[in-house]
Design a protein. Structure first.
Length: 212
C-alpha cells in the first residue's frame, strides 16, 4: 500500500487518524512528519494543521509471499496455463498451491517439473541468503502423497538393512525428500542414515548399526 498523507490539529491527532484509516496499530505504521503545524495561541487564526505521511510496515515474510505468488502466476502465464495460485505463510515457510485444469501436468516424472518450478521461484525470491524463506510449491496434493510414499520406502529399506545386515540406499533425492527419509528413521536406534553424492540430488544411505 502506498503512503497516505493525513492532517490533524496535532501530530498525535494525525497519527490517531492514520491508525483508524489504515486499520493498523500504531506500532505497525511507518510515520513521516511532513509538518508539525503551528500550535501557538497567538496565531490560532492562521494556524496550520500538522501533516504526516503514514504507511503500513509490511512483514518481510508477507512481502516475499506476495512476490512468490506473483512470480509463479507470471511463469504459468508465460506457459499459457490457465491456473490459479493461492499462497500461505506458515511456520516461516511460503506455501504456493496451483489449481486449475491440467495442473497435474506440472508435476512431471517423480515431481521433477514441480521441483524445477520450486527451485526457480526460490532463487528469485531469496536473493538475500540472510533472509531466506523456503518456498514450497504443490498441486493436486502431490507433496503429501510423495511424503507418504517416501516414508514407506524408508521403512522398507530400513527393515531390509536390519534383516540382512547390509547397507542399502535410496535413489537420488532432493533436500526436502531426504529430510522425509531422515525423519522416518530418526527414532530407530538400529539404523544410521546419511547422504552421499554431489549437487542438489543425493542418495540417502541407510546403514545397520553393529549388534553386540
Amino acid at each position: 500500500m502506498e503512503p497516505i498523507e493525513i492532517e490533524g490539529k496535532t501530530i498525535d491527532e494525525a497519527i490517531e487518524k492514520a491508525v483508524e484509516v489504515l486499520n493498523t496499530p500504531k506500532e505497525q505504521l511507518d510515520i513521516e512528519i511532513i509538518s508539525n503545524g503551528s500550535q501557538s495561541f497567538f496565531n490560532f487564526l492562521s494556524a496550520k494543521k500538522a501533516r504526516i505521511k503514514a504507511s503500513v510496515v509490511r512483514n518481510s515474510g508477507e512481502e516475499k509471499k506476495d512476490k512468490a505468488q506473483r512470480l509463479l502466476k507470471d511463469i504459468l502465464g508465460l506457459a499459457k496455463m490457465s491456473a490459479s495460485v493461492s499462497a500461505m505463510l506458515k511456520d516461516d515457510k511460503i506455501f504456493l498451491t496451483i489449481e486449475g485444469d491440467g495442473s497435474g501436468l506440472l508435476i512431471g516424472k517423480r515431481g521433477q517439473t514441480l521441483d524445477a518450478l520450486q527451485y526457480l521461484v526460490n532463487k528469485m525470491v531469496n536473493r538475500d541468503p540472510n533472509s531466506r524463506i523456503p518456498v514450497i510449491i504443490d498441486t493436486e496434493n502431490y507433496r503429501n502423497r510423495r511424503e507418504a510414499k517416501l516414508s514407506d520406502i524408508a521403512q522398507r529399506l530400513g527393515d531390509r538393512a536390519k534383516r540382512q545386515q547390509m547397507t542399502v540406499a535410496t535413489g537420488p533425492l532432493n533436500p526436502q525428500e531426504r529430510r522425509v527419509i531422515y525423519l522416518a528413521l530418526q527414532n530407530n536406534p538400529d539404523l544410521l542414515a546419511k547422504s552421499e553424492g554431489e549437487g542438489e540430488l543425493k542418495r540417502v544411505v541407510i546403514i545397520p548399526r553393529k549388534r553386540n
